[in-house]
Design a protein around this ligand. Structure first.
Ligand SMILES: [Zn+2]
Length: 224
């Protein structure tokens, strides 16, 4: 297999970012997270950044065309010639069609869609337990990585707070949106035989090994 064109799917809190970055680093592929692309574009004040910023300032969703253009630029770049790991795109069924046509225009196709799944209760437990230090952004978790003194950062003593994004009500809403949007997407990839499922409830090292083994099998099948 000459290319590994991958998308990572999964609910918030499933560890997509961790797995995506690790996989990309190990396979020597670029990792593209939509959120990072947009934040970087805004910082650079590129054309995309300036347009995206207007939507963000108004609290509106960024339109598909804008994100699609950014993704196309990345996928078509020299850096992604051997493949890529996409996280955060596609997020909806129409976006999946856009990705198919971007790749089709380049004579390429998706290798696999990796779904890292986690039950909602587990995602809520992971996300709503996160705490961040106000001073320097150090991260903690009330169950998995608690500070020595409750509510205080070990490193600088500043107060630990819960981000709005991690409040239980917000997390529940994010999960609802995820299920609504992503369910058809999962079906789409499953129908095409591209979906590979992983248990995001397992320790990150195990999930990573499972993904590696799956990709190795895909490569073998491709060579036969
Ligand atoms: Zn701190």
């Amino acid at each position: 297999m000459s290319e590994l064109n991958l998308v990572i799917l999964g609910p918030p809190g499933a560890g997509k970012g961790t797995q995506g970055e690790r996989l990309a680093e190990e396979s020597d592929l670029p990792y593209y997270a939509t959120g990072d692309i947009l934040r970087a574009a805004v910082k650079e004040q590129s054309e995309l950044g300036r347009e995206a910023e207007q939507y963000m300032d108004n609290g509106d969703l960024i339109p598909d065309e804008l994100i699609s253009a950014a993704i196309k630029e990345r996928v078509d770049g020299r850096e992604a010639a051997d493949g890529f790991v996409l996280d955060g795109f596609p997020r909806t069924r129409p976006q999946a069609d856009v990705l198919d046509s971007i790749l089709g225009d380049l004579g390429r196709h998706l290798t696999a869609a990796l779904l890292i799944d986690t039950p909602d209760e587990e995602a809520i437990r992971r996300l709503s337990g996160r705490r961040i230090c106000q001073e320097n952004g150090h991260l903690y978790h009330v169950d998995f990585n608690p500070p020595k003194e409750e509510g205080r950062c070990d490193r600088d003593g500043s107060e630990l707070i819960q981000r709005d994004d991690d409040k239980p009500e917000t997390v529940k809403r994010r999960l609802e949106v995820y299920h609504e949007q992503t369910h058809p997407l999962i079906g789409h990839y499953d129908d095409r035989g591209l979906l590979k499922r992983f248990d995001g409830g397992r320790p990150p090292g195990e999930v990573h090994e499972h993904i590696r083994a799956t990709l190795a099998t895909l490569r073998l099948e491709d060579e036969l």
